[in-house]
Design a protein around this ligand. Sequence first.
Ligand code: SF4
Length: 895
Amino acid sequence: MSKIKIDKVEINFDGSPTIMDLAWRNGIKIPGLCYDYRLKPYGACRLCQVEIKGLSGLHLACNTLAKDDMEVITKNDEINEIRKIILDLLLSDHPLDCVICDATGECELQNLAYEYGIKSTRFSGGSHNWQMELSSSLIAKDQNKCILCGRCVRICSEVVKATAINFADKGFDTVIDAGFGETLNSGTCVFCGNCISTCPVGALFPKSRIGRGRTWELKSTRTTCIYCGVGCQLILKTKGQELIDVVTNVYKPPNYGSLCVKGKFGMDFINHPDRLKMPLIKKDGTFVESNWEDALNLVVNKFKELLLKYGPNKFAGFSSAKCTNEENYLFQKFVRAVMKTNNVDHCARLCHASTIAGLAMAFGSGAMTNSIEDVLESDVILIIGSNTYEAHPVIAYKILEAVSDRGAKLIVIDPRKIFMTNYADIWLAHKPGSDVAVLNGIMNMIISEGLQDDDFILSRTEGYEVMKENVSKYDLGYVEGISGVPANDLIKAARLYGSAKNASIFYSMGITQHSTGTDNVLSLANLAMLTGNIGRKGTGINPLRGQNNVQGSCDVGALPNLYPGYQSVNDPTIREKMEKAWGTSLPTNAGLTLVEIINAASSGEIKYMYIMGENPAMSDPDLNHVLHALENLEFVVVQDIFLSETARMADVVLPGTSFAEKDGTFTNTERRVQRIRQAIEPIGNSRPDWKIICDISTRMGYDMAYSSTSEIMDEIAALTPIYGGISYSRIEDEGLQWPCPDKDHPGTPILHTYQFTRGKGKFHVVEYIPPAEQPDEEYQFILTTGRLLHHFHTGTLTRRIAGINEIVPFGKVEINPSDAREIGIQKEDEVVLESRRGKITARVEITDKVKPGVVFMPFHFYESAANVLTNAALDPIAKIPEYKVCALKVYKYSD
Ligand code: SF4
């Protein structure tokens, strides 16, 4: 540990931070208009000049490293005079229209001018008068305000790697040239808004914020992003009931100030006029507005009646990965303790059920092993089945930082040419569904070249010899035949991963959403253990969770076979513990999983349902079958914030609140339990979901009375060993990563450091099994589905954001040029996509992002609902459906 004095304040530090970073992190604000903690030192504005005792002259704090025993003086007469001149020069070509400027109060130039007492400029000369640029749907640019600090240019290229912003022209006419009119697909702006977050003066500004409130009128509420599992920390800026802007804190994990388009611009759904404001009851096929009393009485009376008529196992509940831990906990408690069934599940079944199953089998714990930040310590990173840049953008920024700035090597295994392949040293474009063959082939090569970690295998694992014998069958020719991956590329990937000091694996739904999803995860676990890449910084297996709280809703027991904390419902001791805590008897058998519930509804085995915040009528595979199942139900209650495709099919719709209107916690993909905080009052007559569940439960005769969500978390902690030490007071600042078993435990950033949760890590024998449906004469293509950067899941939220919809208004189907020629279609043609389960139409994008024979389609768009086509074939262990591969016919649409 070293120490430094800045303005007589003694600061201890590790590593080699700059003086500027150290000062800002410790609340000492040395002026710096070209400085941002997220960026590399630049030294352009010269405002950060400081005196260093014992050294002659002044030094730039932003590019001078702190040294042990250094003494820094940040202000004296000479320094102040220099700063005044610099500020004066900047103001000489800056509009002094602070009285009407939206950035007033948060403008760094204005604040420094005030601090240094500059009332007007001493310098006269030319000045500019550019037109404000408002052509982008999301970002406004006022070149007149720009001070050419270069922060936007640098954040775009250094952090986001979009390089959409550049300097243009020369000298006095230099401007910022930003490609805000274009999209990721044309290789430029991704509308992440990080340029706005770093702009010190308001030259770049959210278009929707203009004229809607001065800084001091806005309330700030720190919370967690509602979209993906990264769990970015946000600050909601609200005025009254209106959301005005979203900003961040650059010093807080996990995102350290960075966001993607959804986090920055995707929150206007909160105030959207379509928000449900009153309960709805369907009468003669039409919804009529009701009041809470009537709606809740109807729900409770029907539940009681049907419980009596059919018994508990004809009931099922879908909980929600969009809702908080507290709400999911109460929901599963309601289903188990009140409805007396374990038929409770949620969309984790559709995205990472195979992760939970596979990693639990191999390691004893089914979660991301490492922290996001750890990737900076990796020297090789393997991404497989994850379109990281579009689905988990802020993690992609971190991976790209490791690759670009720290020299890490990147292997991408993905059938599509995704953004990350631009940075890959090796890209294996395998055939969808051939992951096990490719991974077995890589392991076979690693073993044949002696690159396995014998010490790790011997001391930390079991089952190696049989696994080794199994993968020995997967020689290069065999693997190439199955996967299409050239032998040489496979060798290169095996050597690179096998020789790494620290190698990490990142994966997502491209691995899990297969009928062999658990096998795929087990293969990755085999690969990590084979090379000893587990239990240290920069290593590990990192499943990237899709929804904001899919990790948490699993953690707190919204699963048919597990109580909170992954405690088995089949274990009588655990059941007894829960019965005692909840004061009631509990069902003994594991419940049905999500797709099994839909099948049971279709066949009449499930008769009534309570669905909170899920949209199976868009998100589940084989949608025609799902619609039939929902229609077949006798009584359906849907709790949501919009009238989703599923809500339209309900008998009663209860209006819940968005994340901005309630307190609670989400758990992100790296197991970090983080707060969400209420920023505005519930919209209309909506109510927080946890209060609705409590109300229904109490009316059903099982008292649920909590005064706050913090009290619910205390109950979770008391019953859930991995959350034992979690409380609101402890997670106030940066959250805590589970396992956190007691109040003194600091949380666990890395799992399996000394031993695996199950003791020894277990190698499994995994054979390649082809996908459930293969192309044939009639259905000649493979359809694979996924996400786009700008939209999320079933589109319920992002498709209500006008600015985002202007950029990506609809989904296109990607087809390789050679296939397009064969089918006889041109760019933008409408095509029919037909699988054995249904057909849809969509506009075509002809692109070499997909290989011949493969077709890609996003699933966010109800007009071209890709899940009409997908296959509900299940992984036998995790019961996750095979979204990623089905056989497809494609032909030109004609009226
Ligand atoms: Fe939100 Fe995920 Fe984007 Fe972060 S990366 S802002 S959590 S959607």
